[in-house]
Design a protein around this ligand. Sequence first.
Ligand SMILES: Nc1ncnc2c1ncn2[C@@H]1O[C@H](COP(=O)(O)OP(=O)(O)OP(=O)(O)O)[C@@H](O)[C@H]1O
Length: 298
Amino acid sequence: MTAGLDLGHAPGEDGEQTDLLRVDDLVVEYPGRGLFAKPFRALTGVSVRIPPGRTLGLVGESGSGKTTLGRAVLGLAPVTAGTITFDGRDISRASRRERKALSRHLQVVFQDPYSSLNPAMTVGDILAEPLSVQGVPVGDARARVAELLDRVHLPQDVLRRLPREFSGGQRQRIAIARALALRPRLIVCDEPVSALDLTTQARVLDLLLGIQQGTGVSYLFVSHDLDVVRHLSHQVAVMHRGEIVEQGDARHVTEVPDHPYTQRLLLASPVPDPDRQAERRAVRQQLAGVETNESHAA
Ligand SMILES: Nc1ncnc2c1ncn2[C@@H]1O[C@H](COP(=O)(O)OP(=O)(O)OP(=O)(O)O)[C@@H](O)[C@H]1O
């Protein structure tokens, strides 16, 4: 790991900006517990890339390893083998001190807006906390908090209120504002809209898109929902049993996927929009034709 962790800007050798995040051949094994403990391999040979200002959507069924990949990037899951490179620096085995420096650049928004905010703190204190941990002077922190509320379209009078006074969507806006406080370059969004109703989901996704356009932040966006991922992602990676089975352009992977596992995910996902339903029906018929042909051939 490079000493100092100056992550300001790191152009590639040819003058082009390198990928902001690179994960190469990552293996994560959780240690077992108890007398008959056996390690559990949650990720095997996972490789992904995220350029600056882009979104990688990560989809897959429950237990496929999506959260584990996000946690490994954040230093919260054990890296057994492989590397995680952030802005050209290997961070896979960063020390606690190095992680603190990294937290300026790497943030997270969790799924549950009801448990991710400290219920005893006012919104103002929640938003100011990451700034004070990094030693930002009080006057600058106040100005930054006001800016953050504007950015997530919340009025300034929320500052003195507690999280329990807000709806799920508003709480998620507060969590997003907190993640943005230190102007990070990458945010791991772990199912950030799964707990919200459809209309609120759409608003929060649009907010995330607007923030990306305004700030150039990158997202690693974890979701089990292909429609949500399609809305936001440039690239999509599909996880199955700890491995990436398919990745590529978001529209291709989420609409005409190559891998049978992604095709099954697509067919299983509900589609409220009638135009999309017609598209899906056509894809289903196409796939059914392929399956019939295959079964005839067998
Ligand atoms: N701390 C842990 N110790 C042991 N095993 C774990 C731990 N965390 C996750 N696992 C296991 O690793 C596998 C992948 O879990 P992970 O939470 O990454 O999946 P996921 O795709 O995010 O699922 P979900 O959508 O339900 O959150 C699962 O089999 C899970 O039981």
